[in-house]
Design a protein around this ligand. Structure first.
Ligand code: DQA
Length: 146
């Protein structure tokens, strides 16, 4: 099973960006731990971080993956287009946020993705990505049993 890990705007700054909120792990650290856990779960992973909405949408349109893990960052709270792309490609995705946006500023309470996500892991830091992988492996194994 091929998993696309999609990382939205400003996540390239992890490690130095607001460490009190997002922690000190860099995106490379997070991707390395995703890669390790994915190997254990027999999942293939591909990564894209972009600061550009259209680049993220174009990557989804390639449809060369069976499921996705998405931290859309600020686009979570603004992007109908990214939501439409995620629905349009008809692949399950798990939403991840390092912080818990629902406990932060009011504008972060708007979420265009949560109701179309297969699951959401928020406020758990980088561990949320590993839980997302485990959820997708569970869905794969459930599907295989059908
Ligand atoms: C975030 C939460 C978003 O509200 C914010 O815009 C981000 C990061 C998180 O992982 O906690 O950029 O998605």
């Amino acid at each position: 099973m091929r998993i696309l890990v999609l990382q939205g705007p400003n996540l390239d700054l992890l490690g130095t960006r607001e460490p009190d909120i997002y922690g000190t792990a860099t995106l490379d650290d997070i991707h390395a731990s995703i890669r390790r856990r994915a190997a254990e779960l027999d999942l293939d992973v591909d990564f894209l971080q972009s600061n550009h909405e259209g680049v993220l949408i174009d990557r989804l349109h390639r449809m060369d993956f069976e499921a996705a893990i998405v931290n859309a960052a600020g686009l979570t709270h603004t992007s109908v287009s990214l939501r439409d792309a995620l629905v349009g490609v008809e692949r399950p995705f798990v939403e991840v946020h390092l912080s818990d946006p629902s406990t932060r500023e009011p504008f972060r309470q708007v979420n265009f993705l949560a109701d179309v996500a297969a699951a959401s892991f928020v406020g758990m830091g980088p561990r949320g990505y590993l839980l997302a992988l485990e959820e997708l492996a569970r869905l794969r194994d459930e599907g295989a049993a059908e």
